[in-house]
Write a protein that binds this ligand. Sequence first.
Ligand SMILES: Cc1cc2nc3c(=O)[nH]c(=O)nc-3n(C[C@H](O)[C@H](O)[C@H](O)COP(=O)(O)OP(=O)(O)OC[C@H]3O[C@@H](n4cnc5c(N)ncnc54)[C@H](O)[C@@H]3O)c2cc1C
Length: 382
Amino acid sequence: MKTTYDAIIIGGGIVGMATAFNLAKMNFGNIVVLEKEMFVGAGATSKAAGGIRAQFSSQVNIEVSMKSIEIFENFEAITGEPALFDQVGYMFVLTEESTLDPYLKAAELQKSLGMDVQILGPEDVKKIAPPVRVNDVIKATYHARDGLGDPHEFTQGYFRACRKMNVEVLTECPVTGITAAGGKVTGVTTPQGDFSAPLIINAAGPQAGLIGKMAEIDIPVQPFRRQIVTTGEVDFIPATMPMVVDVSSGLYCHKESKGLLMGWADPDVKAAFDESQDPDYNDNILMKALDRIPQLETAEVANSWAGLYETTPDHHAIIGFDDKIAGFFTIAGFSGHGFMHAPGAGLVAAEMITGRDLSIDLDRLAPNRFVGGAIEDEINVI
Ligand SMILES: Cc1cc2nc3c(=O)[nH]c(=O)nc-3n(C[C@H](O)[C@H](O)[C@H](O)COP(=O)(O)OP(=O)(O)OC[C@H]3O[C@@H](n4cnc5c(N)ncnc54)[C@H](O)[C@@H]3O)c2cc1C
């Protein structure tokens, strides 16, 4: 077995696979992805709701999203692998005066960056998303180019494209240590043996902070449990139904198979590697969902699961080289938006690593930003 590479990527989720794909496309050299689970995409990626959107409040998140949407739209042409991006749009429904200002301000920024985001009144909300109760809706923001994708399908697409370009992917291979000498990384240790490379890429999702500790680097990524509930078949959700976010209650929902998928970030959840399901969660979310979509009264719960968001203090990803130890690169901390941001982030990370001009200025996401004091938060986190 080969043990020396040009790059070792820790983590075979959508972010690690997108980074590997882009590096391989840029002919970076010998790349290996080390994944602790039995399959790629078995971590947070397997729990994602599949939402893809560019409606964010910070410029860098909007730009990473827009680049990603461009890639999702052209995925087969870029990777040679088919995967469906169902552009049904995203709608943020605003029912309280206090939420209008931040969302309308964000929409202005989105428009200034080239997005065709629309501000809707209740009648248009009803036209686009008929099951939504609108009698208390003041406005909504809507972007038709947003939509839904299957995280498994896109991760497998990147995986297959990587394999065609001779990227090695070793599963059941947990990284247990990082080796360094003279202020530079030299490799990693695993139960399958030691691997050496002058570049280690930390794409370990919710575990990115633990990988940082192995290199004695503080990477402020914390795991927060997030849950999802799906219903069985219902007959009132049209195929064109967008992702709907009820900003005041925090509920988000979209069509899933012939039913509805629902999520909500419980603010009482504390940081922990806990993927158990809170028994009260289903009742809580069904109350919120019934309030916004009364026809759900007839629906039955089909499935539910829990996974981990990989959250940073400012809800922005961390992308870049560490400035204390040479050759250690982090691409993690997407704070619940790693599926939708992986294509653009993986591209720009590879540009950064290979010294190319960057498609997007990622200074705002630099790993050392947290030492400098106040940083602007992303408000549009669900
Ligand atoms: C309930 C839920 C809903 C979500 N919905 C959305 C959504 O709609 N849209 C969206 O964009 N995002 C969503 N997300 C967030 C999204 O899932 C993540 O941001 C994204 O999957 C992160 O990808 P990743 O590759 O960084 O992490 P992961 O998929 O977790 O990949 C990291 C990989 O690293 C591996 N690993 C960790 N430690 C080691 C080690 N020591 N050695 C080797 N391998 C290691 C893990 O096994 C894992 O496979 C959701 C998340 C949850 C939990």
